[in-house]
Write a protein that binds this ligand. Structure first.
Ligand code: WQD
Length: 342
């Protein structure tokens, strides 16, 4: 049997594929390389010794996706990472975001049902909590979104909830990620955003390694210990490993469940800057600037349900996250190569 990993050459998908392969799970990666590169497959091979089965396919292409399922009757379930995920871009291109993220998921669910593979782990986001009334955030907190990207995640969660009501044979685990950062300890895989990074850690890594002059700190007048935004940063390898537990959980039951994946620790932007400098010995110059529209003061998880239900908790600390990010950035200053490696 195999697990279909959509978006499996992306940041979290590729790290999850490595952990699954190393745990002895057969994976089939499907990706359209809209936000990743073929070289990721070579890096997965260099880390694990296994070149994962791969199909180039856009999940929005109904006929192409059917062929994937018809050619792989051993698919027993799916971890669904594929989707557009840039908050700012989603504000500029809402139709593209709704179309891509919703149509791809609807096509996927239709074929998972048709081919008897009704186990799904869905990559959702803490963004569905909007601006929480308090922290830490539990899974039963109110849901709301402030941008089209987050709205697509929320609408997909509603779609999956309704799917389980219509067909109780489904087993769906919705994982709400907080802020994934870090990289594989080998330095062979990591976060490779296109162009100038939107997110904090890849931007800090580029500043520390001389690819950008300084960090723009978006606001220092938030209601936090030092005025800068507080988030729950989680090592991408910890996050990846949670998916193994989520697949096992999906096999054991039916219905739908929702699980926060965070450390339960909130760190500010300046905490990150200082942690990165301490972990690497490199300087991260910064300038305090205006708030970024849509940002919230604080967001961090209550991770107790993940431990109770999955038997999972984050093991890597902030120093690990900064050190591994820097190792990836210093070995790959321009990210993954455009061409596949020998
Ligand atoms: C973190 C903190 C910024 C960049 C986003 C998405 C979320 C999820 C994770 C997909 C904030 C500050 C950032 C910079 C800064 N993605 N910052 N200068 O906004 O918490 O979450 O990524 O699921 O959906 O919303 O992450 O890394 O962009 O920002 O000061 O150059 O760093 O203001 O306080 P965010 P982030």
């Amino acid at each position: 049997m195999s697990i279909l990993v959509t978006g499996g050459t992306g940041f979290i998908g590729s790290h999850t594929a490595v952990e699954m392969i190393e745990a002895g799970t057969k994976v089939l990666i499907v990706d359209n390389f809209s936000n990743s590169k073929p070289a990721v497959l070579d890096r997965i091979f260099r880390i694990t010794g296994v070149k994962p089965e791969f199909v180039l396919c856009d999940l929005c292409d109904y006929d192409a996706l059917e062929i994937v399922f018809a050619n792989h009757p051993d698919i027993e379930g799916c971890i669904h990472f594929a989707g557009l995920k840039a908050v700012g871009e989603s504000v500029q291109k809402p139709v593209e975001y709704y179309r891509n993220n919703l149509v791809s998921t609807m096509n996927l669910c239709q074929f998972l049902a048709k081919y008897g593979a009704k186990k799904l782990v869905f990559s959702s986001s803490a963004t569905v909590y909007g601006k929480p009334a308090s922290v830490p955030i539990r899974e039963d907190f109110p849901l709301s979104c402030t941008n089209p990207y987050g709205e697509t995640k929320l609408v997909i969660e509603y779609l999956l909830r309704d799917l389980v009501v219509a067909d109780p044979e489904w087993s769906i685990v919705v994982l709400r990620y907080f802020n994934p950062i870090g990289a594989h300890k080998s330095g062979l895989m990591g976060e490779d955003p296109k162009g100038i990074p939107n997110n904090l850690l890849p931007y800090v890594s580029k500043v520390a390694n001389g690819k950008l002059p300084y960090l723009h700190v978006f606001g220092n007048d938030y209601h936090t210990h030092d005025g800068t935004g507080v988030r729950d940063y989680i090592h991408v390898v910890d996050l990846a490993r949670a998916h193994l537990d989520a697949i096992r959980y999906a096999r054991e039951r039916s219905g739908i469940d929702y699980i926060n994946l965070g450390t339960g620790c909130g760190y500010s932007v300046l905490d990150i800057v200082h942690a990165y400098e301490n972990a690497t010995g490199k300087k991260v110059p910064y300038r305090i600037e205006a708030r970024r529209p849509g940002d919230i003061d604080e967001c961090y998880a209550d991770p107790s349900k993940a431990l109770r239900v999955l038997g999972w908790k984050a093991e890597r600390n902030l120093e690990d996250m900064c050190r591994d990010s820097d190792h990836w950035q210093s070995l790959n200053p321009d990210g993954y190569p455009e061409k596949e490696e020998a």
